[in-house]
Design a protein around this ligand. Structure first.
Ligand code: DHB
Length: 307
């Protein structure tokens, strides 16, 4: 039994797509609806206006992960808001991003006024829009934005966070988030502004921003696990955690849950392997659980041992 709960919504299993992965178009979203062992669908982060995103090449596959600088290509929020109100195959998470606080608030006001009763996720951490900082690295700006959101927003909403690398920063972001009725945090977004060097060509591998881009995949697993663990140790119990980052095996899913994740999402490995990855990860997770004698995710969630 792999069922799990998030914001009073029951999911058949722990696995989600990472936002941005195969979830931008109607066709891609239909593929996700038909994917077995994918328990819910997260939309591409939607902005007020449609965007074509950054220039290509803007995604590059590496042996140890990926680098991307997509720049928020999406069809504009009305498309995704309409989609989540139509979709019935599985629960949805509507991801929303903005180029400014005003943009975000305008989108969220429409979500509030719509018939959508599902979960929304406010992306505070896109690293790839030139000139726009990642909101969640500014704790004062994050608090101010959440104050404005919760002045009118009464539906289930969580936040997508960037990775933090200093224990004091975990204390600081948790202190902000614990003051608001958020349903969940999704941690981590890509590790922002890495740089991959092609030594043979003496050149970068992606075009936008001179080659700087968000890192994902196996290389970020320890960072993702640290963020899940550190936030689980600091956030109110009422705030669930979606663990994102570095999952390539069922053991990695198990590790995320052991660190405290309620659900786990998969990005880079879907690009590498296709949507069948969710079946493989589920089989591997179930094999590990069977060997250890665990019957449900709650048997080991958050139970990571220290030395
Ligand atoms: C993009 C990347 C992100 O990490 C994110 O949170 C939102 C958008 C992008 O480049 O499209």
């Amino acid at each position: 039994n792999l069922t799990t709960q998030l914001a009073q919504v029951t999911f058949d299993g722990p696995l989600l797509n990472a936002s941005g992965i195969h979830c931008q178009t109607k066709e891609e979203l239909a593929d996700l609806a038909a994917t077995s062992n994918l328990a819910g669908i997260v939309t591409k982060s939607a902005t007020l206006l449609p965007r074509t995103g950054n220039e290509s090449p803007r995604y590059y596959d590496l042996a140890y992960g990926s680098i991307n600088s997509m720049g928020l290509p999406n069809l504009g929020y009305p498309f995704y808001l309409d989609y989540v109100q139509q979709e019935t195959a599985k629960p949805t998470i509507l991801s929303v991003a903005g180029l400014s606080a005003e943009d975000v608030l305008e989108v969220l006001m429409d979500v509030q006024d719509s018939d959508y009763q599902g979960i929304t996720e406010l992306n505070l951490s896109c690293p790839n829009v030139p000139g726009k900082p990642q909101t969640a690295y500014d704790f004062v700006a994050t608090r101010k934005l959440l104050e404005r959101v919760f002045a009118f927003f009464t539906k289930p909403i969580g936040v997508k966070l960037p990775p933090y690398f200093d224990l004091v920063h975990f204390d600081q972001i948790a202190a902000v988030l614990n003051d608001f009725p958020i349903t969940h945090v999704n941690t981590v977004n890509s590790v922002g502004n890495g740089l991959v060097v092609d030594v043979e060509k003496e050149q970068v591998v992606t075009k936008p921003k001179g080659g700087f881009g968000g890192l994902g995949g196996a290389m970020i697993l320890p960072t993702a696990l640290a963020n899940v663990r550190a936030l689980r140790q600091r956030l109110n119990e009422s705030i669930a955690i979606i663990g994102t980052g570095g999952v390539t095996s069922g053991a990695d899913v198990f590790a995320h849950i052991l660190c405290g994740a309620d659900m786990v999402s998969v990005g880079t490995q879907v690009i590498k392997e296709g949507l069948g990855v969710y079946d493989r990860l589920t089989e591997e997770l179930q094999a590990i659980m069977a060997e250890k004698g665990y019957e449900s995710l709650s048997d080991f969630r958050g139970q990571l041992r220290e030395l």
